[in-house]
Design a protein around this ligand. Sequence first.
Ligand code: APR
Ligand code: PHB
Length: 393
Amino acid sequence: MSNRSRTQIAIIGAGPAGLLLGQLLHVYGIETVILERKSRDYVLGRIRAGVLEQGTVGLLDEAGVAARLHSQGIVHHGIELVFGGARHRIDMKEATGKAVTIYGQTEVTRDLMDARDKAGLTTVYEAEGVSLHDLDGDRPRVRYTEAGVTHEVACDFIAGCDGSHGISRQSVSPAAITTFARTYPFGWLGILSETPPVAPELIYANHARGFALCSMRSYTRSRYYIQCAADDRVDDWTDDRFWDELKRRIDQEAIDHLVTGPSIEKSIAPLRSFVAEPMRFGRLFLAGDAAHIVPPTGAKGLNLAASDVHYLARALREYYAEKSSAGIDDYSRRALTRVWKAERFSWWMTSILHRFPDTDAFSARIQIAELNYLVGSRAAATALSENYVGPPF
Ligand code: APR
Ligand code: PHB
C-alpha cells in the first residue's frame, strides 16, 4: 500500500452531514479526514431545500460557520396554507416561541467548506472507490484511490455521511440492518428563478390538481414546486407550462403577486420515506441521508442530518474527553427517536397536502377537514408548529 495515514475520525461524504460533523469535531479538538466522491463544484451545484430549524442554526453557530447565515438568512415566524382557494396563516412563533431561517443548503455547504479550508483540514474530493474495512475491530480502515494512487487511512471510527446511495450502509451485512420504506406515487418538479418571492412567507397549497409550494432563497430569488407524476421528465415542462400550472393551484392574491421569469434550475425529485436501523455498526456510525430519507414536505432532511451530527459529535467528544462510551453506545437510539418524529411529521404533511391516485371525493374532504382543523384550532396549529420548527435535540 503506497500511502498510509492516520486520523481519529474518517468521514465519508462532504454533504452537510459530513462537513458539519467535521467542523464540530474540529471545534472539540478531534481530528478528521473527509473523503468525497464528487468534486467540490459538483457538490455545490446541487440545489436542495432551505429551511433551517433554530436548533440547526444553533449548531452552525457552535461550529463557527453562521456569520453569513445571520446576515443573509431570512427569519420566518409562520407559514401559509392554501386550500379551497383561500390562504390561512399558521403563526409558529406565537405557538412555540420559535422561528425558522430561510438559507439555502447550498450556502450552508459553502460556508462549511470555506471554514474547513481556512482551518487547513483535509478533504479529499474525487476520492474514488472508497471502501470500509475492519468495522468490528478497534482499528477500522478506509481505502480510496486518488488520481490513480491507492491510499489507506487508519482511524478510530468511521462516520458514514455519504447520503442515500453511499458506500457506508452498503458495507454492512444486510442481515444486520432493518429498513423501513415508503415510496410516494408522485414527484416534485422544482424551479429556481431570479424573481422576488410571491409572499413574505412560504405557501403550502392543497389543490385538486395537486400540491404546490412557493418558497424562496432570498428577497430576489424564488423556489417553487408543483406535484407532478412520478414518471414526468423535466423536458416535458417548459417554464411557461410550469408557471401556468402553479397559478392554477394557488390563491388569487398569490396569482396577482406572482412574478414569473426564466428558470435558472429545474429538476424533478422523487418522494420517499426511508429509515435504516440501527445507525451504528461496530466502529461505523451512519448520519444524515445515509441512514434516512424524508419527503421534502416538512423541510426536515437537512435538519435531521444536523440533529444526527449533534448527537454523534457530542458522543465522540465524550469518548475522547471523558473516556466514556456511554454517548456512542446510545447514539443510534437517540438519533432514531428523533428521526422517527421527523419521519412521522413529513409523512403526515405529505398525506394532507398531496393528491394521491386513490384520493377519492371522501378523502379529499377529509384533507380539507384536517386543514380546516389546523387553521381553526390552536392545539392543532401548535402541533404542526412544534414539528415544523423542530423538536428539541
Ligand atoms: N464515497 C465518498 N463520498 C460519497 C460516496 C462514496 N462512495 N457516496 C456518496 N458520497 C457523497 C456524495 O457525493 C455527497 O456529497 O456523500 C455526500 C452525501 O451528501 P448528501 O446527499 O447531501 O447527504 P447529507 O450530508 O446526509 O445531507 C442531508 O441532503 O439530500 C439532502 O434532504 C437531504 O437536506 C438533506 C441533506
Ligand atoms: C425549499 O425552499 O426548497 C423548500 C422549502 C420548504 C420545503 C421543501 C423545500 O418544505
